[in-house]
Design a protein around this ligand. Structure first.
Ligand code: HEM
Length: 153
C-alpha cells in the first residue's frame, strides 16, 4: 500500500481494476483474484522489493560444493532474498517500484523456479504456505497443474 501511495500512476490502474471487477459495494472474493491483474503485479513487485522473509538461513548437513564454492558441513548459509530482488544483473531499475514489469508473459512466477524472484524460497525447503494458497487457487480454477506438480494428480 505504501509503495502504491508513492506511485500514483501505478495506484490508478489498481483502483480502476478493483472498481470494475469488485465494485464499491462488496468485499473481494476468491473468484475475483484471477481478474485482478494489476493488483497481482503490485503484490509480486512488493514481494520482490520487500520480501517478508528477507534472509532465510540454511545449514549444510554435509560437505558440499555449489558452483565451485565449497561449503563445509554445519556451516550456515544465508540467502539474501532481499538482495536477489534488487540485483541490477537481474532487474532493470531494481530499486524502483514498477509492478508492470510482472505484466509481461515471460515474467517470473512465485513458484521458485526463477532464481531472480524467490519470495517463498525455492526447492524442498521452500514455503509450504505458498503451496496451500496456490493449491486452493488451482482447485478453484480447476487446473490440475499444481496437483500434478505435488504428485497428487
Ligand atoms: C506472504 C506470505 C509468506 C511468505 C512470503 C513466506 C516465505 C517463506 C520463506 C522465504 C521461507 C523460507 C524458505 C527457505 O528456508 O528457503 C518460508 C518457510 C516456511 N513457511 Fe512461509 N511464507 C509465507 C506464508 C506462510 C504461511 C501462511 C505459512 C503457513 C500456513 C507458512 C509456513 C512456512 C513454513 C512451515 C516454513 C518452513 C519450511 C521448511 O523449513 O521446510 N508460510 N516461508
Amino acid at each position: 500500500m505504501a509503495e502504491l501511495m508513492h506511485s500514483l500512476e501505478d495506484l490508478k490502474p489498481v483502483q480502476d481494476e478493483l472498481t470494475s471487477v469488485v465494485g464499491l459495494e462488496r468485499l473481494v472474493e476468491d473468484s475475483n483474484i484471477e481478474k485482478l491483474t494489476y493488483l497481482r503485479c503490485a503484490i509480486k513487485e512488493t514481494s520482490c522489493l520487500h520480501p517478508p522473509i528477507p534472509i532465510p538461513l540454511h545449514q549444510c548437513s554435509k560437505d558440499t560444493t555449489v558452483f565451485g564454492c565449497f561449503i563445509p558441513a554445519i556451516d550456515l548459509v544465508i540467502i539474501s532474498i532481499w538482495a536477489i530482488g534488487r540485483d541490477p544483473n537481474s532487474w532493470d531499475d531494481p530499486q524502483t517500484f514498477r509492478p508492470l514489469r510482472f505484466l509481461i508473459e515471460s515474467a517470473p512466477d512465485l513458484r521458485g523456479n526463477h532464481f531472480n524472484f524467490i519470495p517463498f524460497g525455492s526447492g524442498r525447503r521452500s514455503c509450504p504456505g505458498y503451496v496451500v494458497g496456490a493449491l486452493h487457487d488451482q482447485v478453484r480454477t480447476g487446473s490440475p497443474t499444481l496437483l500434478f506438480h505435488m504428485g497428487v494428480a
